[in-house]
Design a binder for this molecule. Structure first.
Ligand SMILES: [Zn+2]
Length: 274
Protein backbone atom coordinates (compact mmCIF):
# COMPACT_ATOMS: atom_id res chain seq x y z
CA UNK A 1 0.00 0.00 0.00
CA UNK A 2 1.43 3.41 -0.87
CA UNK A 3 2.49 5.32 2.23
CA UNK A 4 3.63 8.91 2.64
CA UNK A 5 6.85 8.74 0.54
CA UNK A 6 5.07 7.03 -2.36
CA UNK A 7 2.08 9.40 -2.33
CA UNK A 8 4.43 12.36 -1.92
CA UNK A 9 6.43 11.24 -4.98
CA UNK A 10 3.27 10.91 -7.05
CA UNK A 11 1.73 14.22 -5.99
CA UNK A 12 4.90 16.28 -6.44
CA UNK A 13 5.59 14.74 -9.88
CA UNK A 14 1.99 15.39 -10.92
CA UNK A 15 2.26 18.97 -9.70
CA UNK A 16 5.41 19.45 -11.76
CA UNK A 17 4.05 17.81 -14.91
CA UNK A 18 0.31 18.61 -14.85
CA UNK A 19 -0.08 22.13 -13.48
CA UNK A 20 -1.42 24.49 -16.11
CA UNK A 21 -2.87 21.65 -18.24
CA UNK A 22 -6.54 21.75 -19.17
CA UNK A 23 -8.64 18.61 -18.85
CA UNK A 24 -10.21 18.28 -22.28
CA UNK A 25 -11.82 14.88 -21.79
CA UNK A 26 -12.67 12.37 -19.05
CA UNK A 27 -13.67 8.79 -19.66
CA UNK A 28 -14.80 6.50 -16.87
CA UNK A 29 -14.83 2.75 -17.40
CA UNK A 30 -18.35 1.31 -17.33
CA UNK A 31 -19.18 -0.18 -13.91
CA UNK A 32 -16.55 1.96 -12.17
CA UNK A 33 -18.03 4.47 -9.75
CA UNK A 34 -16.44 7.83 -9.14
CA UNK A 35 -17.80 9.84 -6.19
CA UNK A 36 -20.45 11.29 -5.97
CA UNK A 37 -21.42 9.75 -9.34
CA UNK A 38 -19.87 9.51 -12.80
CA UNK A 39 -22.10 12.07 -14.50
CA UNK A 40 -21.45 14.75 -11.87
CA UNK A 41 -17.76 13.89 -11.83
CA UNK A 42 -17.30 14.23 -15.59
CA UNK A 43 -19.33 17.44 -15.75
CA UNK A 44 -17.34 19.08 -12.95
CA UNK A 45 -13.96 18.11 -14.36
CA UNK A 46 -14.21 18.43 -18.13
CA UNK A 47 -12.91 21.75 -19.46
CA UNK A 48 -11.25 22.74 -16.17
CA UNK A 49 -7.64 23.77 -15.81
CA UNK A 50 -5.36 22.13 -13.25
CA UNK A 51 -4.05 24.76 -10.82
CA UNK A 52 -1.85 22.51 -8.73
CA UNK A 53 -1.50 19.05 -7.25
CA UNK A 54 -0.90 18.51 -3.55
CA UNK A 55 -1.27 15.91 -0.84
CA UNK A 56 -3.20 15.49 2.40
CA UNK A 57 -1.90 12.43 4.26
CA UNK A 58 -2.22 9.66 1.65
CA UNK A 59 -4.72 11.55 -0.52
CA UNK A 60 -3.70 13.22 -3.78
CA UNK A 61 -5.55 16.48 -4.49
CA UNK A 62 -5.84 17.93 -7.96
CA UNK A 63 -7.00 21.53 -7.59
CA UNK A 64 -9.07 22.83 -10.51
CA UNK A 65 -9.59 26.43 -11.57
CA UNK A 66 -13.26 26.04 -10.60
CA UNK A 67 -11.97 25.78 -6.99
CA UNK A 68 -13.13 22.19 -6.97
CA UNK A 69 -10.79 19.28 -6.25
CA UNK A 70 -10.40 15.79 -7.63
CA UNK A 71 -9.14 13.67 -4.76
CA UNK A 72 -7.58 10.25 -5.26
CA UNK A 73 -6.92 7.67 -2.61
CA UNK A 74 -4.84 4.84 -4.01
CA UNK A 75 -5.63 2.35 -1.19
CA UNK A 76 -4.02 -1.03 -1.94
CA UNK A 77 -3.48 -1.15 -5.68
CA UNK A 78 -4.29 2.26 -7.15
CA UNK A 79 -1.91 4.04 -9.51
CA UNK A 80 -1.82 7.36 -11.31
CA UNK A 81 0.07 7.12 -14.58
CA UNK A 82 0.94 9.97 -16.90
CA UNK A 83 1.37 8.81 -20.47
CA UNK A 84 2.28 10.34 -23.81
CA UNK A 85 0.05 7.92 -25.66
CA UNK A 86 -3.52 6.99 -25.01
CA UNK A 87 -2.99 3.41 -26.07
CA UNK A 88 -0.48 1.38 -24.17
CA UNK A 89 -0.47 -1.70 -22.03
CA UNK A 90 -1.70 -0.18 -18.76
CA UNK A 91 -4.09 -2.56 -17.08
CA UNK A 92 -7.05 -1.87 -14.78
CA UNK A 93 -7.71 1.65 -16.12
CA UNK A 94 -10.76 3.12 -14.35
CA UNK A 95 -10.56 6.78 -15.33
CA UNK A 96 -8.76 8.34 -18.27
CA UNK A 97 -8.16 12.10 -18.37
CA UNK A 98 -6.96 13.71 -21.58
CA UNK A 99 -5.09 16.91 -20.73
CA UNK A 100 -3.67 19.61 -22.95
CA UNK A 101 -1.39 22.61 -22.64
CA UNK A 102 -0.47 24.42 -25.84
CA UNK A 103 0.43 21.66 -28.26
CA UNK A 104 1.21 19.14 -25.53
CA UNK A 105 -1.35 16.39 -24.99
CA UNK A 106 -0.98 13.90 -22.12
CA UNK A 107 -3.07 11.08 -20.69
CA UNK A 108 -3.55 10.68 -16.96
CA UNK A 109 -4.79 7.25 -16.01
CA UNK A 110 -6.22 6.21 -12.68
CA UNK A 111 -5.80 2.44 -12.55
CA UNK A 112 -6.85 0.13 -9.73
CA UNK A 113 -6.69 -3.65 -9.75
CA UNK A 114 -8.64 -4.37 -6.58
CA UNK A 115 -10.74 -1.17 -6.70
CA UNK A 116 -10.39 -0.27 -3.03
CA UNK A 117 -9.13 3.13 -4.17
CA UNK A 118 -11.28 6.17 -4.65
CA UNK A 119 -11.70 9.08 -7.07
CA UNK A 120 -13.82 11.78 -5.50
CA UNK A 121 -14.96 15.28 -6.25
CA UNK A 122 -14.65 17.66 -3.30
CA UNK A 123 -15.22 21.35 -2.71
CA UNK A 124 -13.16 23.49 -0.31
CA UNK A 125 -15.41 22.51 2.59
CA UNK A 126 -14.91 18.82 1.79
CA UNK A 127 -11.14 19.30 1.68
CA UNK A 128 -11.23 20.97 5.11
CA UNK A 129 -13.16 17.99 6.49
CA UNK A 130 -10.62 15.66 4.91
CA UNK A 131 -7.71 17.50 6.53
CA UNK A 132 -9.43 17.32 9.92
CA UNK A 133 -9.63 13.52 9.72
CA UNK A 134 -5.86 13.21 10.05
CA UNK A 135 -3.36 13.86 12.78
CA UNK A 136 -0.19 15.90 12.13
CA UNK A 137 2.60 14.41 10.05
CA UNK A 138 6.00 13.51 11.51
CA UNK A 139 7.54 15.67 8.77
CA UNK A 140 5.62 18.72 9.94
CA UNK A 141 8.44 20.94 11.17
CA UNK A 142 6.32 22.48 13.89
CA UNK A 143 5.82 19.27 15.80
CA UNK A 144 7.88 19.00 18.99
CA UNK A 145 8.88 15.75 20.72
CA UNK A 146 6.66 16.81 23.68
CA UNK A 147 3.62 17.11 21.42
CA UNK A 148 4.52 13.86 19.72
CA UNK A 149 4.70 12.12 23.12
CA UNK A 150 1.33 13.54 24.15
CA UNK A 151 -0.26 12.37 20.91
CA UNK A 152 1.17 8.85 21.23
CA UNK A 153 0.24 8.52 24.89
CA UNK A 154 -3.34 9.65 24.24
CA UNK A 155 -4.14 6.15 23.00
CA UNK A 156 -3.66 3.04 25.15
CA UNK A 157 -2.15 0.53 22.81
CA UNK A 158 1.28 -0.65 21.68
CA UNK A 159 3.62 1.84 20.01
CA UNK A 160 3.50 0.13 16.61
CA UNK A 161 -0.29 0.34 16.51
CA UNK A 162 -0.20 3.98 17.64
CA UNK A 163 2.24 4.90 14.86
CA UNK A 164 -0.16 3.39 12.32
CA UNK A 165 -3.19 5.27 13.64
CA UNK A 166 -3.74 8.03 11.06
CA UNK A 167 -5.93 10.01 13.45
CA UNK A 168 -2.99 10.32 15.83
CA UNK A 169 -0.21 10.87 13.29
CA UNK A 170 -0.61 10.63 9.56
CA UNK A 171 1.68 9.22 6.92
CA UNK A 172 3.34 6.21 8.50
CA UNK A 173 2.11 2.91 7.12
CA UNK A 174 3.31 -0.56 7.97
CA UNK A 175 6.65 -0.48 6.12
CA UNK A 176 7.91 2.82 7.49
CA UNK A 177 6.51 2.15 10.99
CA UNK A 178 8.56 -1.07 11.20
CA UNK A 179 11.75 0.71 10.13
CA UNK A 180 11.03 3.74 12.37
CA UNK A 181 10.88 1.44 15.40
CA UNK A 182 14.13 -0.21 14.38
CA UNK A 183 16.01 3.08 13.93
CA UNK A 184 14.63 4.32 17.27
CA UNK A 185 15.56 0.95 18.88
CA UNK A 186 12.07 0.58 20.30
CA UNK A 187 10.30 -2.79 20.60
CA UNK A 188 7.01 -2.71 18.64
CA UNK A 189 5.03 -4.07 21.61
CA UNK A 190 6.13 -1.27 23.96
CA UNK A 191 3.04 0.20 25.63
CA UNK A 192 2.32 3.81 24.68
CA UNK A 193 2.10 4.62 28.41
CA UNK A 194 5.80 3.69 28.63
CA UNK A 195 6.86 6.22 25.98
CA UNK A 196 9.16 8.66 27.78
CA UNK A 197 10.33 12.04 26.43
CA UNK A 198 13.59 10.36 25.42
CA UNK A 199 11.81 7.60 23.48
CA UNK A 200 9.44 10.12 21.90
CA UNK A 201 12.41 12.15 20.69
CA UNK A 202 14.06 9.04 19.23
CA UNK A 203 10.85 7.90 17.55
CA UNK A 204 10.08 11.29 16.03
CA UNK A 205 13.55 11.72 14.57
CA UNK A 206 13.57 8.10 13.32
CA UNK A 207 10.20 8.64 11.60
CA UNK A 208 11.50 11.84 9.99
CA UNK A 209 14.70 10.13 8.88
CA UNK A 210 12.99 7.15 7.27
CA UNK A 211 10.27 9.22 5.59
CA UNK A 212 12.81 11.67 4.15
CA UNK A 213 14.93 8.78 2.94
CA UNK A 214 11.85 7.15 1.40
CA UNK A 215 10.99 10.38 -0.44
CA UNK A 216 14.57 10.72 -1.67
CA UNK A 217 14.40 7.15 -3.00
CA UNK A 218 10.99 7.79 -4.62
CA UNK A 219 9.15 5.28 -2.44
CA UNK A 220 9.21 1.50 -1.97
CA UNK A 221 8.16 -1.07 -4.53
CA UNK A 222 7.50 -4.47 -2.98
CA UNK A 223 7.78 -7.84 -4.78
CA UNK A 224 4.09 -7.50 -5.80
CA UNK A 225 5.25 -4.55 -7.98
CA UNK A 226 2.06 -2.63 -7.22
CA UNK A 227 3.58 0.76 -6.45
CA UNK A 228 4.90 2.57 -9.49
CA UNK A 229 5.48 6.30 -9.95
CA UNK A 230 3.57 8.34 -12.55
CA UNK A 231 6.01 7.22 -15.24
CA UNK A 232 5.46 3.54 -14.39
CA UNK A 233 8.83 3.21 -12.66
CA UNK A 234 9.46 1.50 -9.30
CA UNK A 235 10.90 3.21 -6.22
CA UNK A 236 14.23 2.32 -4.60
CA UNK A 237 13.59 2.45 -0.86
CA UNK A 238 13.08 -1.35 -0.75
CA UNK A 239 16.87 -1.66 -1.17
CA UNK A 240 17.26 0.27 2.08
CA UNK A 241 14.73 -1.50 4.30
CA UNK A 242 16.16 -2.00 7.80
CA UNK A 243 13.98 -4.78 9.19
CA UNK A 244 10.90 -4.79 6.97
CA UNK A 245 10.97 -8.06 4.98
CA UNK A 246 14.54 -8.65 6.15
CA UNK A 247 16.06 -11.89 7.47
CA UNK A 248 18.94 -10.51 9.51
CA UNK A 249 19.57 -7.32 11.47
CA UNK A 250 21.75 -4.76 9.67
CA UNK A 251 23.24 -3.76 13.06
CA UNK A 252 24.00 -7.01 14.85
CA UNK A 253 23.25 -9.79 12.30
CA UNK A 254 20.72 -11.36 14.69
CA UNK A 255 17.78 -13.10 13.00
CA UNK A 256 14.87 -10.69 12.50
CA UNK A 257 11.70 -11.79 14.28
CA UNK A 258 8.33 -11.70 12.59
CA UNK A 259 5.07 -11.45 14.52
CA UNK A 260 1.54 -10.32 13.78
CA UNK A 261 0.61 -7.30 15.85
CA UNK A 262 -2.96 -6.00 15.56
CA UNK A 263 -3.13 -8.10 12.40
CA UNK A 264 -0.17 -6.38 10.74
CA UNK A 265 3.12 -8.05 9.81
CA UNK A 266 5.73 -6.81 12.26
CA UNK A 267 9.48 -7.21 11.92
CA UNK A 268 12.01 -6.40 14.63
CA UNK A 269 15.44 -7.25 15.96
CA UNK A 270 15.08 -8.90 19.39
CA UNK A 271 18.56 -7.68 20.36
CA UNK A 272 18.52 -4.07 19.15
CA UNK A 273 14.89 -3.28 19.93
CA UNK A 274 14.08 -3.61 23.61
ZN1 LIG B 1 20.05 -6.14 15.84
Amino acid sequence: MPELPEVHTISSDLDKHLSGFKIIDVEITPKYNAVPDNKTFVKAVRGKKIKKVSRVAKNILIELDSDGYVVFHLAMTGRLLLRLNKQNEDKWVKILFTVKKGEKVRYLKFTDMRTFGKAELLDMEGVKKLINKYGPEPLNENITPEEFMKIIRSKRTNIKNALLDQQLMSGLGNIYANDTLFIARVHPETKTSDITPDLAQRLLSAAQEILQEGIKNRGSTLPDKMYMDIFGKPGKQQDNFRVYMRETCPNCSEKIEFIKLNGRGTYFCPTCQV
